[in-house]
Design a protein around this ligand. Structure first.
Ligand code: SF4
Ligand code: SF4
Length: 208
């Protein structure tokens, strides 16, 4: 598999990564570089060098998942590169090739897809109290747990159409809206990426 070609064929690539003078400004202003072993200068350099083995290691590592997508690097690069956009491409290729399942941070995509992703399709929200499982969030404490178990009572005080089809903020989206959400995920390629995440999840279960 030609990983360098796969990365370069992404339409974002031309804008994200042109030429690099290795000045390190992107790393100097990158907040993720303060907290993680993360160096956007090095990542840009590795992509431009195009060594297949190095790219495979990069796409299989936690490294590409450390970026917080703040885009502080975008206006700073003297060459007009956008390391944050390059990271978007690397994450996509990592999922498409299944390499994401080889790293701990990469495998978090499975939980994000099954949690936030599926929440959006079924409720219209990233996070929804009716889909919370308090057993999985002991850090939230007993008051929060009570709120989850009594969501209708609590949120119903703010919005009478909470979790029901209606016209206000916390309403349940109707079937037509959910269908449109589904179509958006299909035509933008999101659904295909989800299938690839699930395929990677299976591989990862078999390996462990
Ligand atoms: S977008 Fe990512 S690489 Fe760029 S500054 Fe923010 S955290 Fe760093
Ligand atoms: S700021 Fe731009 S030119 Fe400098 S190291 Fe980062 S990507 Fe390369």
């Amino acid at each position: 598999m030609d990983l360098a070609a796969k990365i370069a064929e992404d339409p974002r690539y031309r804008e994200a990564c042109q030429s690099c003078i290795n000045c390190g400004v992107c790393t100097a202003i990158c907040p993720a570089a303060v907290y993680f072993p993360y160096d956007p200068r090095q990542i840009v350099n590795e992509v431009l060098e195009g060594n297949e083995e190095t790219l495979r290691e990069l796409l299989s590592s936690d490294t590409i998942w450390y970026c917080g997508q703040c885009m502080s690097c975008k206006p700073r690069c003297p060459r007009g590169n956008i390391p944050g956009s390059l990271i978007q491409i690397l994450r996509k290729v990592s999922i498409e090739t299944g390499l994401f399942s080889q790293s701990t941070y990469g495998r978090q995509q499975i939980a994000i897809k099954r949690g936030i992703g599926e929440n959006i399709l079924s409720t219209g929200y990233c996070v929804h109290p009716t889909r919370m499982e308090p057993d999985q969030h002991p850090e939230q404490g007993p008051v929060w747990e009570w709120m989850v178990h009594n969501a209708s009572q609590v949120y119903g005080r703010f919005d009478e159409t909470f979790d029901r089809v209606g016209g206000s903020l916390l309403r349940k989206p109707g079937p037509q809206t959910r269908l449109e959400l589904q179509r958006i995920f299909e035509v933008t390629g999101g659904m295909k990426l989800w299938d690839q995440i699930e395929a990677g999840a299976e591989d990862s279960t078999e390996r462990h």
